[in-house]
Structure formats: C-alpha cells, structure tokens
Ligand binder design. Structure first.
Ligand code: APR
Ligand code: PHB
Length: 389
C-alpha cells in the first residue's frame, strides 16, 4: 500500500491531521492499534481553545460542536470558602468551548469515513523504517498478516506509549519530565453540573474540580494519593470528600448520583525534543504530556497538528520544505508555554506533600494576587483560552 502521509494513531491528533490533509488534497492512511469503539470509549477532558475550534471548522467538523458545545466566558477559582471568577471575555475577549474530547473524536471519525478516509484498525507490531532517509515505510500486522505502507512522511500520533518517539535514536532525543506526587480521582455522573462554569478549588484537603460534559452529565475530580485506586473510593466517600473541598454554598447545591465512570490519572509533565527526525514527525501525546489542570493536552496536540498540516500542505502544494523544516522548533515553542501554564496552575491549585508553611503562604499570596489583579487574570485568561498559533 502507498500513501503520502502514514499516520500512526487514530486518536484526536491523528484524525485531525488526516482530515485537514484531506481538505488540502493530501492523501494519508491512519494506523490504529485499537478498535474505533475502544478509541471512542475513552473519557477525556473537553475544554476547547479557540485555535482547536478554528481547526475543526477548517476540517469541516464543527457543526455538532457549535450546536452542542457550551461556550464558557470564564471559570471560577475557589480558595477555601472564598470564590472568584476569572472573566475570559472581559480579559481577552475570547471564550473556551466545553465539548467532550470523545465527541471531537467521534466527529472526526464521521468526517473521515464520509470522505472515504483509509484506516487500519487493530494493527500490531508497528515498525517505522527509513524515517532518516527519503523513502520511509511503516510495517505492521493485521489479523496475523504482515503489511507494508510506503509513504513520503510518517506522523507519529500514537500517544505517550506509542512506537514513534522510541523510533528516534536515544542519542538524538532529549527528554524532560516532572512527575507530580499525586493523582486525580475522576467521576462521571449522570447529574446536572453544580455550576454553569468550571470550578477549580484549592482546599486544605487538596484540589478539586467541578466540570461537565453537558447539562445532564457532570465530571468531577479530587486530588488523591498515588497509592489510591478507584476501588478504594465508594461513590459516597467520593461525594463526601468533594463536598468538603468546595465552598459550602457550592457543596450545598451538589447533585450526586451513581458514578458511571471512576478512574485515577497520574499527573506528569513531559516533553521530548526534537519533534522531528528525518521524515518522522511527532504530534500530540507522542511528544508531550501535560498535567490535566490547564486542559492543555488536546489543545496542544491541536497546535502541533496545525504546524504539521500547514508545513505538509506547503510541501505538496508549493514544493517548499520551509514549513516542515520549522515544524519542531515552532511546535516546541508553543508546547513549552503550555507546559509552563499547566505546571503553574497545578502548583497554584494543589497541596504538595513537601509543602512548608512558607510554601503555603506563597500559594495563598499567589491566589490572592490572581483574585485582586486584572493583569494577573489577563495572563491566566490568555493562556487558558489558548495562545496564538
Ligand atoms: N500503533 C498504532 N496506534 C497506536 C500505537 C501503535 N503502536 N500506540 C498507540 N496507538 C494509538 C492509541 O490507541 C490511541 O488511539 O494512538 C492513539 C493516540 O491517541 P491519544 O493517546 O489520544 O493521543 P493524541 O491523539 O495525541 O491526543 C492527545 O489525548 O490522551 C489525551 O490528554 C491527551 O487530550 C490529549 C489527547
Ligand atoms: C474535564 O472536564 O475532564 C476537565 C476540564 C478541565 C480541566 C481538566 C479536565 O482542566
């Protein structure tokens, strides 16, 4: 089989890239390890930056997003019993859109299928060959049959545990990592959200987040020790702990119900450099991971896709390599700003085991400054709604 761009990974990054390339007349094939239903079964954050909304519009996949997504002009920050709002519209004139990542992925699959996009599901033993030459190929098995995909370029959109990053020789890669000393216990419940906008809470008992998927589906998180497992937490224990971390006026409005999903995610900051090796380009979680605090995972995958899509389009349309040659440097410049914001917001909102009394005073002062300063709120809003591509 032959294509212009072999895309490894059928998650949001791989699908968005495939659809945008298609709209530019560039052929691709998506190789996905799992089934489509498995990919669509993943529960992930859904706060969309303006840039991602724009890309989905360019991909012709934004109709349902605009019909069902919730525009949020701000977010709430809770500090013990106090709460204040960061007003995105007033600070930077731009909202975010709350629309589950699963729905983004579903819309992208629908668009690819409608356009006759080529997929291979349940691929195994993927090996990238010749990425450092002029004629790369991807080798994989499906149903026990070994296959080969010849291509001009390979897009590694296969997430943190994929093969693409590891294809880049260790002596070429530089990796940067920070592992946070806690996780997030998340619950999905078929209950009305406790508020119209998200509430990020810093409480003496630890971080909590009140989010949602729609008017009847809520998503809540509490910071928990890495030693915990979801089985350690009954629904009642979760709701009680969540209430204790929220201002009492909010806790009193909380509508609880059975959890339909309960999981614990560890928090990590990770970046690999470079994001290009020869004709292999890394996109999304394959190249970087952010703690979920700033909701930057999907949105930073989107900016990677933007840079790679525009670079590959210039290559095929204009014969120019300028865009792909600048890809790694351009993508990383924005990745590191997303890492910084996610690290800053995580440092601001969580309780850390090694925090001293002085550290806690610094955290309180930072929160007070954010509450009282228009320039501090503008800085947060700029990052939260999405820095320009
Ligand atoms: N071969 C083929 N596919 C693979 C392989 C492989 N060797 N390894 C992993 N995959 C697939 C996974 O099954 C997954 O569907 O690659 C896809 C990667 O998708 P994501 O992990 O969702 O990563 P990405 O598309 O970059 O999207 C980033 O997803 O994980 C969240 O928080 C993250 O919101 C962010 C978004
Ligand atoms: C979510 O809705 O899952 C969510 C929202 C915002 C975040 C993280 C997760 O910062």
């Amino acid at each position: 089989m032959k294509t212009s761009v072999a895309i490894i990974g059928g998650g949001p990054a791989g699908l968005l890239l495939s659809q945008l390339l298609h709209r530019s007349g560039v052929d691709s094939v998506v190789l996905e390890r799992k089934t489509k239903d498995y990919v669509l079964g993943r529960i992930r954050a859904g706060v969309l930056e303006r840039g991602l909304v724009g890309l989905l519009e360019q991909a012709g996949c934004a109709d349902r997003l605009h019909a069902e997504g919730h525009v949020h002009d701000g977010t709430w920050i809770a500090q013990g019993e106090e709460m204040f709002r960061v007003d995105f519209a007033a600070s930077v004139g731009t909202p975010v859109v709350v629309y589950g990542q699963t729905e983004v992925t579903r819309d992208l699959y629908a668009a690819r299928e409608a356009a006759g996009g080529r997929f291979e599901f349940e691929v195994e033993d993927v090996v990238i060959e010749g990425a450092d030459g002029d004629a790369p190929s991807v080798h994989y098995s499906v149903g026990g049959e070994r296959r080969r995909l010849d291509c001009d370029f390979v897009a590694g959109c296969d997430g943190f545990h994929g093969v693409s990053r590891r294809t880049i020789p260790e002596d070429v890669r530089r990796e940067y990592e920070k592992v946070y000393p806690f996780g997030w216990l998340g619950v999905l419940s078929e209950t009305p959200p406790v508020a119209d906008e998200l509430i990020y809470a810093n409480s003496p008992r630890g971080f909590a987040l009140c989010s949602m998927r729609n008017e009847a589906l809520s998503r809540y998180y509490i910071q928990c020790p890495l030693s915990d497992s979801p089985e350690d937490w009954s629904d009642e224990a979760f709701w009680e702990e969540l209430r204790r971390r929220l201002p009492s006026e909010v806790a009193g409005k909380l509508v609880t119900g059975p959890s339909i999903e309960k999981s614990i995610a560890p928090l990590r900051s990770f970046v690999t450099e470079p994001m290009r090796w020869g004709r292999l380009f890394l996109c999304g979680d394959a190249a970087h991971i952010v703690p979920p605090t700033g909701a930057k995972g999907l949105n930073t995958a989107a900016s990677d896709v933007h840079y790679l899509w525009t670079g590959l389009t210039e290559y095929y349309r204009d014969g120019s390599s300028a865009g792909i040659d600048a890809y790694s440097q351009r993508a990383l410049a924005r990745v590191w700003k997303a890492e910084r914001f996610s690290w800053w917001f995580s440092s601001l909102m969580h309780r850390y085991p090694e925090q001293t009394e002085f550290d806690l005073k610094m955290q309180t002062a930072e929160l007070d400054f954010l509450r009282d300063s228009a320039s501090a709120q503008r800085a947060m809003a700029e990052n939260y709604v999405g820095l320009p591509y």
